[in-house]
Write a protein that binds this ligand. Structure first.
Ligand SMILES: Nc1ncnc2c1ncn2[C@@H]1O[C@H](COP(=O)(O)OP(=O)(O)O)[C@@H](O)[C@H]1O
Ligand SMILES: [Mg+2]
Length: 390
């Protein structure tokens, strides 16, 4: 009886039918900021289970609601121990609600920096988990297209917690193994050269991004940190010459460097595949060193990375625009749909708006194009750099 009355009320309030399910969730704290809304912790009241709900404002989608439906349709069929599971979804007049299993262990980089010890061996465990989920996706003809540390979250706070891949917001199902995707996508700093050059892309873009993640996790800075303007940056990305600064890499194995070089091959057809990565001796062997890399990683991973990111995103947006113009004479506005474009740019767009509204106050203007880069002089410490906790 009560549910019939509630149903009638929703009908009168012009709420979609599935809105009915919202009553079963009690919303709690914000877990993360999303591009179109936020991710909040919630309790499923019938059994007290804690979940994570991604709340997406329809007004932010510029009419392209199909994008959310695509995300739902991709993630609901996935079943892998390293991929966050979609448990439910519903909508209101104004918002979509995607209910995921809750991961309580925090984002990849943030959590590593809190550890007391982090070695190459620890890195192989995490990179292997990452590739397990990517190989599973690629076997199902799905390209994630937004592989980056923020989209990897630890399932819980136990020492061996599995690393989970989240955020299928711009993932695509390919119609065939060799279908070429063309939308500009991903996050600057992690996007493969063929994405930035809009040459058409596929599964290899995820391997490139994993190459950047692998490099960064071992030293705390990005491989192309030196290059601040689009042309030299692109030249470096296309050079197949990855620089391993001796100060930070002297004790990292040759296997690790070979693994990174194969992930960052500029030609996507020469890049290793996700299943080849899982067969690589760095991930299968016992050789990886147990030396603590954390002091260097923390030294290089700026304490103010989160704040800096806001400034860097604005710069990155401008750089991508220029790059896009330079590569084919067209601007990003030629891309297929405006909301997909914005989505493709991720929160860069949002930050640009913040910046127009005055920008973050008191922020130092950083020139580096990448989220984390080593200090100019590797021996010089960064003021306010992260201190190991715990
Ligand atoms: N299932 C989850 N459990 C805990 N935190 C999550 C979960 N899903 C996402 N988050 C947090 O919310 C952030 C944004 O979620 P994400 O799906 O990546 O949205 P967006 O598409 O906007 O990037 C993530 O980086 C992470 O910190
Ligand atoms: Mg994300």
């Amino acid at each position: 009886m009560a549910s019939t009355i509630r149903g009638m009320w929703h009908h009168l309030a012009q709420q979609p039918e599935s809105y009915e399910r919202k009553q079963y969730y009690a919303f709690g704290r914000v877990l993360g900021a999303g591009t179109f809304g936020e991710v909040r912790e919630a309790t499923f009241t019938p059994d007290g289970r804690h979940v994570a709900i991604k709340v997406i404002k329809k007004s932010g989608l510029n009419g392209d609601e199909a994008m959310v439906i695509k995300e739902i349709n991709i993630v609901r069929h996935l079943n892998h121990p390293n991929i966050v599971k979609l448990l439910d979804w519903f909508e209101s007049k104004d918002k979509y609600y995607l209910v995921f299993e809750l991961c309580t262990g925090g984002e990849l980089f943030e959590e590593i920096s809190k550890r007391g010890h982090f070695s190459e061996k620890d890195a192989t465990y995490l990179i292997r988990s990452g590739y397990e989920s990517i190989a599973y996706l690629h076997d199902h003809n799905i390209v994630h297209r937004d592989i980056k540390p923020e989209n990897f979250i630890f399932r819980d706070r136990t020492p061996d917690a599995p690393l989970m891949l989240a955020d299928f917001g711009i993932a695509r199902i390919m119609k065939s193994d060799d279908e070429i995707l063309s939308t500009m996508c991903g996050s600057y700093g992690y996007a493969a050269p063929e994405v930035l050059l809009r040459q058409g892309h596929g599964k290899p873009v995820d391997v490139w991004s994993m190459g950047i993640v692998t490099f960064s996790i071992l030293c705390g800075y990005s491989p192309f940190w030196r290059f601040e303007t689009p042309k030299p940056l692109m030249a470096a990305m296309l050079s197949d010459n990855i620089e391993f600064i001796e100060t930070y890499w002297w004790d990292v194995s040759e296997n690790a460097k070979d693994f990174i070089r194969r992930s960052l091959k500029s030609n996507p057809s020469e890049r290793m595949t996700a299943s080849e990565a899982l067969q690589h001796p760095w991930l299968t062997g016992e050789a990886a060193s147990t030396r603590d890399l954390l002091p260097d990683v923390i030294h290089n991973f700026n304490a103010r990375a989160t704040l800096r990111r806001a400034v860097l995103k604005v710069q990155a947006l401008n750089r991508i625009r220029k790059l896009s113009l330079g590569s084919n004479g067209r601007s990003l506005s030629d891309s297929s749909s405006s909301s997909e474009k914005e989505r493709a740019m991720g929160s860069d767009m949002e930050v640009e708006q913040d910046e127009q509204a005055g920008g973050p106050s008191g922020m130092p203007q950083q020139q580096s194009p990448l989220p984390c880069s080593p200090p100019a002089d590797p021996k010089e410490s960064i003021p306010g750099s992260w201190a190991p906790q715990g």
